[in-house]
Design a protein around this ligand. Sequence first.
Ligand SMILES: Nc1nc2c(ncn2[C@@H]2O[C@H](COP(=O)(O)OP(=O)(O)OP(=O)(O)O)[C@@H](O)[C@H]2O)c(=O)[nH]1
Ligand SMILES: [Mg+2]
Ligand SMILES: [Zn+2]
Length: 350
Amino acid sequence: MNNLSLYGWNDNLFQLKQASQYKHLFHGRVSAVNKTNYEVIAKTGRLLCELAGNVLYGRSSFELPCTGDWIIFQPFDDNKGIIVDILPRKCTLYRRKSGTLSDTQAIASHVDKAFIIQSLDVNFNVRRIERFMVQIVEENIKPILILTKSDLEFDLHQIDESLRHISTQMPIFFTSILSPETILPLRESVKQGETIVFVGSSGVGKSSLINALCEQTIFLTSEISKSSGKGRHTSTRREMVLMENSGILIDTPGVREFGLASDNPETLADIFDVSDFAGSCRFDNCTHVEEPGCAVVEAVNNGLLEPEIYQSYLKLRKESWYFSASEHEKRKRDKSFARISEEAKWKKKH
Ligand SMILES: Nc1nc2c(ncn2[C@@H]2O[C@H](COP(=O)(O)OP(=O)(O)OP(=O)(O)O)[C@@H](O)[C@H]2O)c(=O)[nH]1
Ligand SMILES: [Mg+2]
Ligand SMILES: [Zn+2]
């Protein structure tokens, strides 16, 4: 028997379940997503579930169950079930799929914290940290930066300098799987029942760190190609594991590109400290590009705001604008499509 509160089940979720027409059936949490089915943790144990047609109908792919979702199922046979409903999501980490304008992918849902993982070698890249952070904060998830492979040689001073503008906004941990004492503080920071998603490029050591935290080999890890310095995409699915007497950890496959799926370009200013200056711009609706009396541009010119940070802000804001514009386009299209088919139905009837 599983105690689902260890997996994050709580009163809030119970209330959400009461709103479902299937509230009398069992609930469980999606622990991994396979090509054709879902692994679900329920009170009675682990189940393999498929989707009922009514759940599939009318949903975009990112609205189908993802790892971390709470679902309601109808059991059959011994360890099987049919998913008949998905409880409303909260704190879900999304990304825009590579090479698309607004094709969204759900990475994990009902997440409390996100560990942004980077290794202290060529992978270290502040611009990429900012990108993850923007998406994570957007969903009210708490970002935490983990710099792995601290047993390798690195320039601590340079790393500290480059992180100065974001270090006040999230805790930073340095870890090495070769030194258990670097893992301990991270383990102690995890609370029982909280859900943590691990994100970062391939080969940075996400799965290794989960193994180290759990003190057992749960996930496969793999050597990095010496010639390219790149990982080999060892993990292939988003998968949840329960750390004993602690939190729920979700491993994810490394992504080559983490596109913003942010519909809220305005929140960026706070993350990049741009809002500290923006209040003094001459125009209320200043976009901080070339308006006269722009205090943000002035801060860049006076050396108060680093040009790289300002450029990164502009770049992510543009990406967010594009995403949000094409989202609205899509929604408009869907609405008019729905209207046309409603009209067609109506005409048929009359
Ligand atoms: N030196 C050193 N190597 C590490 C450390 N953590 C992980 N590695 C090595 O880095 C390589 C990649 O580790 P993985 O855990 O497979 O990386 P990942 O982030 O899960 O990669 P994907 O599953 O492809 O996304 C392995 O060879 C690990 O042994 C560390 O702290 N120090
Ligand atoms: Mg992995
Ligand atoms: Zn301005």
